[in-house]
Design a protein around this ligand. Structure first.
Ligand SMILES: Nc1ncnc2c1ncn2[C@@H]1O[C@H](COP(=O)(O)OP(=O)(O)OP(=O)(O)O)[C@@H](O)[C@H]1O
Length: 279
């Protein structure tokens, strides 16, 4: 399978005299339809990686290719059309006075004809289950609903890739789940590639692949179960573990025998349920 995003040996420094590079020798392939979660400490290079992928910064060396197009001045606008970004603060992402105006904004900018625009806005709001709020003012929505509208605005433009840069970090647990479920549905339905930069380990546990950044380098990458079952490395780095792994550690400390293999939340519930029934 051909990757939709290819980074090879990417290096970047914000200022010439910076002691440390923000990215060092980053080589990474991202494939169509996967959900890549990028985790790592503050300052480990996660946002810089996202900025590299959509051409907001130019690496000092190395190559970035998106959907077969090498990143350069000529291709950068074409590449940006392929990538939708959703940012951290739901309140900074609105331009329209109603939800539907907001979703229409990007389409208007792309010169989409009015009839098509109305249809696409309707479809996009359906996708994020926000149709009932079409004529509402964005300020009246919850954080999770605001982010779903931001996602509708991105989805309306039919990107190949959606990058979520800490898009759930300002939300309550319910809002987080709303956004994660929405993204999961859209990814499955449209085979969109998702890259989520996150501090939320439980969000990362839902991804199809996890990339751990450390001091500007790719420190580890693998399936969530591979990354989180080797939890000691992450703990030593000061990173958290997904809830089921923390629960297992707690149970072990209480002398309860628990399986060594990684468990998703569903698998954990199943195991607890079966163990309780067998008591
Ligand atoms: N605009 C900037 N100018 C100068 N240095 C920067 C700039 N943005 C980031 N850096 C530096 O580049 C390095 C990587 O930062 P980056 O924001 O990519 O990390 P991050 O993993 O996204 O962190 P966080 O989780 O805090 O968002 C850090 O050392 C940071 O201080």
């Amino acid at each position: 399978m051909k990757p939709i995003i290819e980074l090879s040996k990417v290096n970047f420094k914000y200022q010439e005299d910076d002691e440390r590079q923000a990215l060092t020798d980053v080589t990474l392939n991202v494939y169509q339809g996967e959900w890549l979660a990028v985790i790592g400490h503050n300052g480990s290079g996660k946002s810089t990686l996202a900025k590299t992928i959509n051409g907001l910064i130019v690496p000092s060396s190395g190559e970035v290719v998106v959907d077969g197009l090498p990143m350069n001045e000529e291709n950068v606008w074409e590449i940006r059309k392929k990538i939708g970004m959703v940012f951290q603060n739901p309140d900074n992402q609105f331009v329209g006075s109603t939800v539907e105006d907001d979703v229409a904004f990007g389409l208007e900018n792309h010169g989409v004809a009015r009839d098509d625009m109305l249809r696409i806005v309707k479809e996009s709001l359906e996708k994020v289950r926000m149709s009932d709020f079409a004529s509402k003012e964005p300020v009246r929505l919850s954080g999770g609903q605001k982010q779903r509208v931001a996602i509708a605005g991105v989805v309306a433009l039919s990107p190949d890739v959606i990058i979520l840069d800490e898009a759930t970090s300002m939300l309550d647990p319910e809002g987080r789940m709303e956004v994660i479920n929405t993204i999961q549905e859209i990814r499955e339905e449209k085979n969109i590639t998702v890259i989520s930069i996150t501090h939320d380990i439980d969000e990362a546990a839902n991804a199809t692949r996890v990339l751990v950044m450390r001091e500007g380098r790719v420190f580890q990458e693998g399936l969530p179960e591979e990354i989180f079952s080797a939890g000691q490395d992450l703990i030593e780095m000061g990173l958290d573990l997904p809830f089921p792994e923390k629960l297992k550690a707690e149970m072990r400390a209480q002398g309860i025998e628990v399986p060594a293999d990684y468990m998703s939340e569903e698998r954990m519930v199943e195991w607890l349920w079966t163990s309780a029934l067998n008591k």
